[in-house]
Ligand binder design. Structure first.
Ligand code: ZOZ
Length: 687
């Protein structure tokens, strides 16, 4: 028996324990170990039934995702688990799968090869493969509908969302939910089942009536636009109703391999590991002390301040919220209450929980709570002088050791820190709007920020359920510096004659959650306009700058909040084209001497996307971004870049860096030196 799988007999039941930390993935040796243990149990006169259980925090969380990359790279042969699972199912003694934690992907597929499935109430089961750009590849699309019907199975495989134990019991995926100790309960269950004839899931057909999957296909085409795997998953589940089990498996295997070898799966697997990689900042020792954060004080109760307060309260951290005026403070508190009300409406929390979280909020017109807070967060207007004054004030109020965080999205952290006598305690926490919803937190280190303040911020991000990415200090940091280049191209295109809707549609059809001009309207055109005024002194003669957005802001067209920006917005908030915008763009073009012409969608994509990649390469070279994967995570979690394209840097790698470099030159731009270097070398940004 391998070390990964243990065998013991207890009360006449063989107990097979999978022990492959951290999540009992089906790494090499695990399927072999399970198979050997099942065979041993089958031949063991002491064992009348079998229990398969996971050691540690979970049942099997799926295939070992790291193996997929090796298979695709040709370093390892393709693997098939079909025979392995059938041999479990063919065991003459009842096999009871005992589930805690998560039985996901290949984990649920193993569980379905058992004759019974029992679980603790907190367990979850699911086929989340589509989130990795693949579909179940070990008969999941064939066994699941045999347990819960075609419609439920198709939904689970296409959307990838896990199901809680109670739902899984109701659907027929589980046979029982056990209270108390799972191992003991499963053994008792197995003893009951011993001697009864076993029933193989693959031989069941009673739930295989065809279902209308048209509405699900439509939903997937909308919600997971551009992705291949969800539709393939539906096709595979649908086949279960039409084909014999073996043929259904062959069909599934064909689709699985098509998906596995696609760029979409490479991109999504990159994002899966990337989300975990960004939490480990290079150069930050594991021994760095992390301060306890038990209370927070926020200055500024505007959109950002109240969103940030909501995020802290959601994490169970009490918040003092300060505003100078009673009206603004009340508006902020009302906004936070609305956030919780909406969570109640969506059944995410109970009304009592909403009340409890509200009770942890202490609004103040003075500075109550600021002296005792472990972290003080500044969320005032984006203006350097104002932020410096605020930090001078926070420095006076804060206790020694408290962290002072600024939510600036563009300004120099060092100049803000210089307004205090403790620059080592100052750091940027750049939240994205709405701050309690968006997963990204850019953590910006200043020149003097201490390692402990950085480590504490990374830990805090996890508590706030954010993906924290550590970046260096420069104008706009990583996200907004790249976005600036991207937006510049979008505005140039409009000045040259492209309709805003043409630019946005090209990018949205490509997969961006929202086109850049629509994002501008959402964020407020006045925001960019004010920032550009702040940096006007840096403009150089002879260089073209985007002007049309500022012209709109000067006309009072601030975007959605004024009902007019790049588009017109009615009561339904739908975008409508506005001839006034085209006129303003024409006027700007005339003033700036910009030639007007028509554009193709390809040109829109080329200019906007390559501007992201080229600036990303510069940020990497300057060390502002530590790794290309950090940039990708920032773009996927903060800017609506499609995860299935991998983020801008991974997308460029998948396209081929040599070609990308040539395409940048074709646009008449200077490729970033790092891009040139990597294009001629490894073809990858990260080692
Ligand atoms: O980690 C969370 C999770 O959701 N994991 C992914 C689960 C998943 O997607 N499973 C399906 C895999 S694909 C599949 O199974 C295909 C299939 O049908 C099989 C067909 C085979 C066909 C032949 C092959 C060619 C989980 C909810 C499990 C735990 O979350 P936590 O927040 O507690 O922990 P994490 O996410 O920080 O994870 C801890 C460490 O474990 C690593 N890891 C997690 N799942 C893994 C995995 N490594 C390899 N394979 C997996 N399935 C994770 O990267 C992290 O590592 P470190 O180094 O960052 O600590």
């Amino acid at each position: 028996m391998s070390e990964l799988v243990r065998y013991a007999v207890e009360e006449g039941v063989a107990v097979v324990t999978i022990d492959n930390p951290p999540v009992n993935a089906l790494s090499p040796g695990v399927p072999e170990g399970i198979e050997a243990a099942i065979a041993q149990a089958g031949a063991d006169p002491e064992a009348r039934a079998v229990v398969v259980i996971g050691a540690g925090r979970t049942f099997i969380a799926g295939a070992d995702i790291r193996e997929f990359g090796k298979i695709v790279a040709g370093e390892k042969p393709r693997l098939s688990l079909y025979g392995f699972l059938e041999r479990i199912e063919d065991c003459a003694k009842p096999v009871v799968m005992a589930i805690h934690g998560t039985a996901l992907g290949g984990g649920l597929e193993v569980a379905m090869a058992g004759h019974y499935r029992v679980a603790v109430a907190g367990a979850e089961v699911g086929q989340p493969e589509v989130k990795l750009g693949i579909i179940p590849g070990a008969a999941g699309t064939q066994r699941l509908p045999r347990l819960c019907g075609v419609a439920t199975a198709a939904r689970m495989c296409a959307l990838g969302e896990p199901v809680k134990a109670a739902g899984a019991l109701e659907a027929g995926i589980l046979d029982a939910i056990l209270d108390g100790d799972l191992r003991a309960g499963a053994i008792a269950f197995a003893r009951e089942a011993a001697g009864r004839p076993v029933r193989k899931v693959r031989e069941r057909r009673e739930k295989l009536a065809a279902a209308d999957l048209g509405p699900l296909r439509e939903k997937v085409e909308q919600r997971m636009r551009g992705q291949r795997a969800p539709l393939a998953a539906i096709d595979a589940v649908e086949a279960a109703a039409k084909l014999a089990f073996a043929e259904g498996c062959a069909f599934e295997a064909k689709l699985f391999n098509e998906c596995l070898f696609s760029p979409q799966s490479k991109a999504l697997i990159h994002i899966f590991f990337g989300e975990r990689t960004v939490g480990k900042a290079p150069g930050l020792s594991k021994e760095t002390p992390v301060a306890a954060i038990a209370s927070c004080a926020i200055v500024g109760a505007g959109t950002m301040g109240s969103g940030i307060a909501t995020a802290y309260l959601n994490a169970g951290i009490p918040v003092a919220l300060q505003e100078a005026g009673a009206e603004a403070l009340e508006a902020g508190v009302a906004r936070i209450r609305r956030n919780f009300d909406s969570a109640v409406e969506k059944c995410r929390i109970t009304p009592e929980e909403a009340k409890r979280r509200m009770s942890m909020l202490k609004p103040t017109l003075q500075w109550e709570g600021f002296g005792s807070a472990d972290i003080l967060v500044e969320a005032v207007y984006e203006n350097l002088e104002l932020k410096q004054q605020t930090f001078a004030q926070l420095d006076k109020l804060a206790k020694p050791g408290a962290i002072l965080a600024t939510n600036t999205s563009t300004l120099d952290i060092d100049r803000i820190a210089a307004a205090t006598a403790r620059p080592a305690q100052v750091i940027g926490h750049h939240f994205f709007s709405p701050a309690h919803v968006m997963r990204l937190l850019e953590i910006v280190r200043g020149r003097e920020t201490s390692a402990s303040v950085i480590a504490t911020s990374m830990e805090l991000a996890k508590r706030l359920k954010k993906v924290g990415v550590l970046v260096g200090n420069c104008r706009g940091f990583v996200g907004n510096r790249m976005f600036h280049e991207y937006m510049t191209q979008a505005v140039f295109l409009v000045e040259e004659g492209a309709e805003p809707s043409f630019v946005d549609a090209a990018l949205e059809d490509w997969g961006m959650a929202m086109g850049p001009l629509a994002v501008g309207d959402l964020a407020g055109l006045d925001v960019g306009w004010r920032i550009r005024q702040e940096f006007k002194h840096l403009e150089r003669p002879g260089v073209r700058y985007p002007r049309a957005g500022d012209r709109l802001a000067e006309m009072g067209r601030y975007g959605q909040k004024t009902g007019r920006g790049w588009y017109l917005y009615g009561a339904d908030r739908q975008r409508q084209p506005d001839p006034e915008v085209a006129e303003a763009a024409r006027e700007v073009a005339r003033e700036q001497g910009v030639a007007r012409r028509t554009h193709t969608r390809e040109e829109v994509l080329e200019r906007t996307l390559l501007s992201l990649v080229n600036e990303g390469a510069r940020l990497l070279e300057e060390g502002i971004a530590q790794r290309a994967v950090d940039i990708d995570i920032i773009y996927v979690y903060g800017y609506g870049f499609p995860a299935w394209r991998g983020g801008p840097m991974k997308w460029a790698e998948l396209e081929g860096l040599a070609g990308i470099c040539d395409r940048v030159r074709t646009l008449g731009w200077e490729p970033a030196p790092l891009l040139v270097e990597r294009a001629g070398g490894a073809g990858r940004f990260d080692a």
